[in-house]
Design a protein around this ligand. Structure first.
Ligand SMILES: Nc1ncnc2c1ncn2[C@@H]1O[C@H](COP(=O)(O)OP(=O)(O)OP(=O)(O)O)[C@@H](O)[C@H]1O
Length: 259
């Protein structure tokens, strides 16, 4: 479904993605890990066709995605409905006067009938416990509620591919648990970035890790990676931690999992 071949991307000469080749099948649930700046968000933007590979190729369902393809209006309409991206910062996604309008926005763009728009909006508002806030301006919601609203705004489209950039960053433990369960039952193909290693296994079975060198340094089962200290060190996700027990100093590996 999603195929990247030797994809490279740089910002002003700074290499951020180097020779990325991955193949994600329909229905797969993939977790994307990597230290700050390793290129996770950039990779999601390539898959969402917000930016294009400077070298290499991206195929979505066999169609080569590049600047010229994204000028084909009919294709763009179906691609934007199929493949959606939840940004790290919910504030950049919310701009409508009310929560209802926010949820209805993309459906109106698609030209759906008012009756169907209303049905879908009420359904997703209820599922995400947003029904009491439908008349409120989105900026008055809490951080977690905004995050939920952004996700609901994408799900109203009934997308095939859901790209989520740290979706649990603003959520309390209860809502995080709720989201994990929700995503588990969701049929869509998902690619989710997180810094929370203990959540990685809950969000998917397949793990991709971007290394400090901006290449994919691991593509396999989450469980196997979390048992492999050498790979975790290479990814910068584990460090040597020194501390004292009385007079005795001792060193051990420590997960970067402070969330
Ligand atoms: N629009 C941009 N212009 C210039 N440099 C950018 C831009 N966006 C990202 N970068 C740089 O590209 C590198 C990778 O950024 P990216 O956001 O993809 O990393 P990330 O793995 O998602 O990081 P984090 O875990 O902190 O969210 C960083 O060094 C960042 O400063």
């Amino acid at each position: 479904m999603i195929e990247l071949k030797d994809v490279c991307y740089s910002y002003e000469g700074e290499v951020v993605l180097k020779n990325i080749s991955i193949n994600v099948k329909e229905g797969e649930k993939v977790v994307l890990l990597g230290i700050n700046g390793s290129g996770k968000t950039t990779l999601l933007k390539v898959i969402n066709a917000l930016i294009f590979p400077q070298k290499g190729f991206y195929f979505y369902c066999g169609v080569k995605i590049d600047k010229s393809k994204m000028k084909d209006r009919d294709f763009v309409k179906s691609f934007r409905k199929d493949v959606v991206l939840l940004f790290q910062n919910p504030d950049v996604m919310l701009f409508n006067p009310t929560v209802y309008d926010e949820l209805a926005f993309s459906l109106r763009q698609l030209g759906l009938e008012d009756k169907e728009i209303k049905e879908r909006v009420l359904y997703w508002a209820d599922k995400f416990e947003l029904s009491p806030y439908l008349d409120k301006p989105p900026f008055k919601l809490s951080g977690g509620q905004k995050q939920k609203l952004c996700l609901a705004c994408l799900l109203v489209l009934e997308p095939k591919v859901l790209l989520l950039d740290e979706p649990t960053a603003n959520l309390d433990p209860k809502t995080t648990g709720w989201l994990v369960d929700f995503l588990y039952d969701l049929k869509a193909t998902t690619i989710i970035t997180t810094h929370n290693l203990s959540l990685a296994g809950e969000l998917g079975e397949r793990l991709l890790v971007l290394g400090e060198d901006h290449t994919i340094i691991y593509d396999g089962r989450v469980e196997d990676f979390l048992k492999d200290e050498e790979k975790m060190l290479k990814a910068g996700l584990l460090h040597k931690h020194k501390h004292k027990h009385g007079e005795k100093e001792h060193t051990h590996y420590h997960l970067h999992n402070y969330l």
